[in-house]
Design a protein around this ligand. Structure first.
Ligand code: URP
Ligand code: ZN
Ligand code: ZN
Length: 460
């Protein structure tokens, strides 16, 4: 099967030009002006933007968490991602403390394999680093193609590791050619503040926010950056939200240390005033919480300064009934918010259409850098001869309104209900196959492939 996309405005992280793209099988075979090739199918992309499939490197699908499971399965979550122009996701495996990484991998594959509509990979969250786990790091990298290891500096008792384990893991991961991801917030300090608020009868979602002040994130980020510098291990801070935390990264650049930084779409466009809506604020109970307007400005600037490398979602949806587990106590509200389908359109609308970032920057942070940092470039994350034909055809003018009534995520509310966005995903290709067209998904679960990733190269 061959396909010709004609006359689109092709945007990569570095280029912007009008040309045709010829695809054979799963791969881009030629790019050029007025290509004289015969294809089985032609798509006219005149007047449209054509950019690489989005990569969301931070999602939680069908994940056991806080006494329940996130509500999107691998099928519904990856399908919703495709509708929103994201052709690949990286999900998180959580090791159970006391058990092996291999057993966690087997458990996660039992839920994900043959169920994904879009392509996927995993980060491995190490929640119990010991002599046995240490031996599994190399196997994960060299045999399973899982090259990034997630650590939590919070969620004590279930997920958090201490600094001693962190240093040990960093040394091993560095030796084996991997990368450490971190949820960088000070878990002990947060647990103290949660307990204090509960004891004072302060139980509404607002106190979720007040239990995780900026200093809890700034302190942990700085500590993580210092440990990464000491061990020489490549580090990636997930869901960074605020000025204090970004300053820790900024300071590290003065000693020529590179730390990769991810923020999420919600931290760029929503703020903490949403927690003042009484229990409705539970829709945005996530960790870290939404911050202030000044932090949004810092994050947009951080993208343009090259300090923030990736815009992800931390998609971790829960039905309203699940959120109500914390109706009487904010600490029992499952943490997380749905956005896997909305990221590419919101980032275009709020970032590119409003003049905060360029089109090239948009592709860089939503498609190319995730592929580079996580060892998939140039197979994924760009439009180039030899790359997977993961392509989004996008109308930059079309306006539409986000709503739970029309989205495809398995969650009964939207964090963006009624938002008018400029720009719409029209057609999506994944490995040469048209997977989304005219608001319909044209492939079934099982089409999505597990992507084995390469060792980390510091090229961003
Ligand atoms: O609130 C969040 N972020 N839920 C998912 C787990 C995590 O910390 O990333
Ligand atoms: Zn986290
Ligand atoms: Zn997360």
């Amino acid at each position: 099967m061959s396909l010709l996309i004609k006359n689109g405005r092709i945007i990569t992280a570095s280029d912007d030009y009008i040309a045709d793209i010829f695809i054979e099988g799963e791969i881009v075979k030629a790019i050029g002006k007025d290509l004289s090739v015969k294809a089985d199918k032609e798509i006219d992309a005149s007047g449209k933007l054509v950019f690489p499939g989005g990569i969301d490197p931070h999602v939680h699908l069908d994940m056991p968490f806080m006494g329940t499971f996130s509500s999107d399965s691998y099928e519904t979550g990856t399908r919703a991602a495709l509708f929103g122009g994201t052709t690949m996701v990286i999900d998180f495996i959580l090791q159970t403390q006391g058990k092996s990484l291999q057993s966690a991998l087997a458990e996660w594959r039992s839920r994900s394999d043959n169920n994904c509509v879009g392509d996927y990979s995993f980060h491995m969250a190490v929640t119990d680093f010991n002599d046995e786990t240490k031996k599994e790091v190399r196997t994960m990298i060299e045999e399973e193609g899982i090259t990034s290891f997630k650590t939590f500096m919070a969620y004590k008792g279930a997920l958090m590791i201490d600094d001693r384990q962190m240093i040990g893991l960093m040394e091993e991961v560095k030796k084996c050619g991997g990368l450490i991801n971190v949820h960088a917030t000070n878990g002990d300090m947060i647990d103290y503040l949660i307990a204090k608020h509960r004891a004072e009868g302060k139980l509404s979602p607002l106190y979720h926010y007040l239990s995780q002040p900026e200093v809890t994130e700034a302190e942990a980020s700085e500590r993580f950056v210092d440990m990464a510098n000491y061990t020489g291990c490549p580090g990636y801070i997930v869901h960074l939200t605020c000025e204090g935390a970004l300053n820790a990264v900024r300071n590290a650049t003065r000693r020529n240390q590179k730390i990769f930084v991810e923020t999420c779409i919600q931290y760029l466009i929503l703020d903490a005033s949403l927690y003042e809506k009484n229990f409705e604020g539970a829709k945005w109970v996530m960790s870290p919480p939404l911050r202030e307007k000044k932090d949004q400005q810092t994050l947009w600037a951080g993208i343009n300064q090259g300090l923030v490398n990736v815009v992800a979602t931390d998609h971790c949806p829960f039905m309203w009934e699940q959120k109500k587990m914390g109706e009487k106590d904010f600490s029992k509200i499952p943490n997380g918010h749905p956005a896997i389908e909305n990221r590419m359109e919101l980032l275009f609308s709020e970032g590119v259409a409003k003049g905060k970032i360029t089109l090239n920057k948009y592709v860089e942070v939503a498609c190319t850098n995730p592929a580079k940092i996580f060892g998939m470039f140039p197979k994924k994350g760009t439009i180039a001869v030899g790359s997977d034909a993961d392509v989004v055809i996008f109308d930059p003018q079309e306006k539409h309104t986000l709503s739970a009534k029309t989205h495809h995520m398995n969650v009964d509310y939207s964090g963006y209900e009624g938002w008018e966005v400029t720009g719409k995903v029209k057609t999506v290709l994944l490995r040469g196959q048209v997977v989304i067209d005219d608001n319909k998904c044209l492939v079934e679960k099982g089409y999505g492939k597990f992507v084995k990733r390469n060792k980390v190269k510091q090229i961003v």
